[in-house]
Design a protein around this ligand. Structure first.
Ligand code: B12
Ligand code: SF4
Length: 492
């Protein structure tokens, strides 16, 4: 099964890559805003233990044919591919295509989808190993095995692989408690200036960081299995470690804008204050920041610290304008807290983006609950009102995505709402589930209204990243797609 020859080779080459672009759903190819941070972390960890191994990062911003040809040209011994639910179709096809062209290559898959669905990936593809959860330590142990330093893959915790025709899952790997021990991402593997950065941006070049890993909450639509394989669900980096990363990004790579992708910056307010203080001590007056916050934990002191460290934009997961829904989906949030958070943040000159989801589904006491069109319209009116009052600047507006690994997915499955048994192959901008008594045309109609609001406000509030112009056009085209059946119906 495993290539004995390669195990003996000391200097093999690894290519780290996200999957190729999707040929069918071109508008879902917006992943390449910035490099894949998980893979850059893995490169650093690999270099730390095996300085003799040659490593390369391949963004794969192309379709399958070109992608496979490029990998064949690079001729790695190991391919490390990162998979989320949303690019799993492309990833599986890519693994099979590369295995067809390169008989000896060893392919390791990791990321959220490899964590929730390793058996499925192993069944559908010729992948050699799936890594479940945090990848650094597991990947190093797989490399030890490939180098012949350990005798069996069965000794590596946190993986799934085929042995004879059986799929083996080794014991779960405990999460690393001290995440400061990981070296910083290996930025030298990419040309940072070639990446456009996030949709809303003030300065370039931009890079992102994760100041903590995981989230203590458990919203029913959220599928972040990587950080929830074991406790503690939330782990913080030390403020000094974060400061050093920022110092390097600014000093060595000339980064001018930094987006902290940690699920939320304000879980521990004392820690957030210390991080802000460390960053202020760097005296980086011209560098600006963005981050994500939980609206239930915003206070004056936090907003003040954020402002003083140069934060101009924050994202809030608001999700719904209905308290009943927020309770049902386990968001740990009250509508009044959203308003309060926006008011405070606005006093500190922050631009605020709100994430909203429509037609939430949840289970309570064993029965199915879901949002009616009236309730979804209520969410839209709530967002509109916040915008009119100057409390919100941007919204991101989309249907619930029942992602494998989330409780909402289990609920949809249990109540037979998923439209297709093969839910993993869905396109995220489609409506993936049906709701009793709610016609799809009605759902599309509400989404369209929200998209108009999203578009108008994005234009009105500025700071749109013009490097993302293709994506903006794709959104406009999507709106036209929505509009077409509505016009056709009217003309009948
Ligand atoms: C940044 C980000 C994005 C960026 C991506 C930019 C980029 N180039 O990476 C953008 C904005 C484009 C984006 C878009 C979307 N995203 Co997103 N995103 C994130 C976010 C916030 C951070 C990812 C990150 O860098 N994490 C930090 C690194 C260190 O972790 P990591 O990538 O998981 O890598 C570790 C392990 O997974 C593992 N690993 C990963 N790859 C590999 C590979 C190998 C070989 C090995 C061994 C290990 C390994 O080891 C790494 C180090 O420990 C995560 C949430 C989160 N906190 O992780 C969501 C998340 C990944 N996104 C998610 C979602 C839902 C989306 C969207 C569908 C949102 C939407 N509705 O449009 C789209 C889909 C886009 C698409 N076309 O596929 C989900 C994925 C759910 C799932 N089960 O697949 C997440 C988990 C959020 C959530 N809680 O639901 N996203
Ligand atoms: S949606 Fe956000 S707050 Fe809720 S569990 Fe996921 S990361 Fe945490």
């Amino acid at each position: 099964m495993i290539k004995k020859k390669m195990m003996k080779e000391k200097n093999f080459k690894i290519v780290f890559t996200p999957p190729p672009n999707n040929q069918k759903f071109k508008d879902r190819n917006f992943m390449h805003l910035l490099p894949n941070l998980g893979l850059l972390y893995l490169i650093s960890e690999t270099k730390k233990y095996f300085p003799d191994i040659s490593t390369e990062y391949f963004e794969g911003k192309c379709f399958m044919k070109e992608y496979a040809e490029e990998i064949v040209r690079k001729n790695p011994d190991v391919l490390a591919i990162s998979i989320s639910f949303f690019n799993s179709t492309e990833a599986i096809a890519a693994i099979n295509e590369i295995k067809k062209r390169m008989k000896k290559i060893f392919i390791v898959a990791g990321g959220p989808y490899a964590t929730t669905s390793p058996e499925l990936i192993l069944l559908k593809s010729k992948v050699d190993v799936c890594v479940l959860g945090e990848g650094e330590r597991t990947f190093v142990e797989i490399l030890r095995f490939l180098k012949g330093e350990s005798s069996s893959l069965s000794h590596v915790d946190g993986i799934a692989f085929r042995k004879n025709s059986e799929i083996i899952r080794t014991p779960k790997r405990a999460l690393e408690e001290n995440i400061n021990r990981y070296p910083f991402p290996y930025w030298d593997a990419v040309e940072i200036k070639d990446y456009p950065g996030y949709f809303y941006q003030k300065k370039r070049p931009e890079m992102f960081i994760t100041s903590s890993r995981g989230c203590p909450f458990n919203c029913n639509f959220c599928s972040n299995p990587v950080w929830k394989l074991s406790m503690p669900w939330k782990r913080f980096r030390s403020p000094k470690n974060i400061r050093e990363e920022i110092r390097t990004l600014v000093g060595k790579y000339g980064i001018k804008e930094i987006y902290d992708w940690a699920d939320e910056f304000n879980i521990d307010l004392e820690w957030a204050e210390k991080v802000s203080r460390e960053i202020r001590h760097l005296g980086l007056d011209s560098v600006v920041f963005k981050c994500m916050l939980h609206a239930s934990r915003v206070n004056e002191k936090l907003a003040n610290s954020l402002e003083r460290m140069g934060t101009w934009f924050v994202h809030l997961g608001i999700e719904s304008g209905n308290q009943e829904t927020l309770n049902g989906i386990g968001k740990n949030l009250r509508i009044s807290q959203v308003r309060n958070a926006c008011r405070i943040l606005k006093r500190h000159k922050m631009k605020i983006g709100g994430f909203f989801m429509l037609y939430h589904v949840w289970e309570k006491d064993g029965s199915l609950h879901y949002e009616t069109t009236e309730q979804v319209n209520n969410t839209l009116s709530f967002a509109e009102k916040l915008m009119r009052e100057g409390l919100l600047d941007y919204i991101t507006w989309g249907f619930l995505i029942p992602t494998p690994g989330s409780r909402a997915y289990e609920t949809c499955k249990k109540f037979n709402l998923l439209k297709n048994r093969n839910a993993e192959e869905y396109h995220y901008d489609e409506i993936l589930y049906s709701l009793p008594g709610v016609p799809e045309s009605e759902m599309r109609n509400v989404k369209f209204r929200g998209m108009i609001l999203e578009g108008i406000n994005a234009l009105k509030h500025g700071n749109l990243n013009l490097k993302q112009i293709r994506y903006i056009f794709q959104r406009v085209r999507k709106m036209a797609d929505y509009l077409k059946p509505l016009i056709e119906n009217k003309n009948k």
